[in-house]
Design a protein around this ligand. Structure first.
Ligand SMILES: Cc1cc2nc3c(=O)[nH]c(=O)nc-3n(C[C@H](O)[C@H](O)[C@H](O)COP(=O)(O)O)c2cc1C
Length: 192
C-alpha cells in the first residue's frame, strides 16, 4: 500500500482513452488532475497521427503550456500517457524534462492499443524522470470495454491510499522494549 497526502494526476491524451482513465483515477483517489496541453497539435486525421508517430520516434519534446498546478504542492504525481510507437507520447516527454525536478514520488499509468512497446515506454519514462516509479500500470484497448474498465481502475487505485488528516494515535499500549526486542530479533534472523 502506498500512502499519499496530496496526489496529482497529470495526463496527455490525443483520442480520449487516457483522459477517461485519468479522470476515473482522480475521482477514485479524490485527488487533483491536470492535462498536459501541447502547443503542437496531434489531430485525429492522418497528418495528426503521422506527426505523433514521427515525434515519438524522434523523441521530440514539443512545447507545452505551463501547468496551472504547482507540482511541489503534491507528494505523489501519477503520470498517465498513451504508448506511441513503443514510447511515451511526445508531450509527456516534454512534461518530464520541464518538471521532473519538482516531482517527489511518481507512478506511471499507460494506455495502449495492444501490447507492443509497453516495456520500452515504461523504461523510457523512468529514464526521463530519473527515479523509480512507485507503481506502474498498463491498460490495453480491450480493458476500456465497459465490463473491465472499472475493474482495472479499481485495481490500479487499490495500491494507493490517502493519508488521514487526523493525527495518528501513538500506539502507547505497546511497551517500547517489545518493539526493540522485535527489531533486534529480526536483525539476528537476518544475520543467520
Ligand atoms: C502515433 C501513435 C502510435 C501508437 N503506437 C502504439 C504502440 O506502439 N503500441 C500500442 O499498443 N498502441 C499504440 N498506439 C495506440 C495508443 O497507445 C492507444 O490507442 C491509446 O489508448 C491512445 O490513448 P489516447 O486516446 O489517450 O490518445 C499508438 C497510437 C498513436 C496515435
Amino acid at each position: 500500500m502506498r500512502y499519499f497526502k496530496n496526489a496529482l494526476v497529470i495526463y496527455y491524451s490525443r483520442s480520449g482513452n487516457t483522459r477517461k482513465a485519468a479522470q476515473a483515477i482522480a475521482e477514485r483517489l479524490g485527488c487533483d488532475i491536470e492535462q498536459i496541453k501541447s502547443k503542437v497539435t496531434y489531430g485525429m486525421r492522418f497528418f495528426g497521427f503521422q506527426r505523433a508517430l514521427a515525434h515519438a520516434l524522434l523523441k521530440r519534446k514539443p512545447r507545452m503550456e505551463p501547468l496551472q498546478k504547482n507540482l511541489k504542492d503534491y507528494d505523489l504525481i501519477i503520470v498517465a500517457s498513451p504508448v506511441w510507437a513503443g514510447t511515451m507520447a511526445a508531450p509527456v516527454r516534454t512534461f518530464f524534462s520541464k518538471y521532473k525536478k519538482s516531482i517527489k514520488r511518481v507512478a506511471f499509468f499507460l494506455t495502449q492499443g495492444g501490447t507492443y512497446g509497453r516495456e520500452d515506454a515504461l523504461y523510457q519514462m523512468r529514464q526521463e524522470v530519473g527515479m523509480t516509479p512507485e507503481s506502474i500500470f498498463v491498460m490495453s484497448q480491450k480493458d476500456f470495454e465497459k465490463s473491465s474498465f472499472e475493474k482495472e481502475i479499481t485495481l490500479f487505485c487499490s495500491d494507493f491510499r490517502k493519508e488521514s488528516r487526523e493525527p495518528q494515535k501513538k500506539p502507547n499500549s505497546i511497551p517500547i522494549e517489545v518493539t526493540q526486542t522485535k527489531s533486534s530479533s529480526v536483525d539476528r534472523e537476518l544475520r543467520h
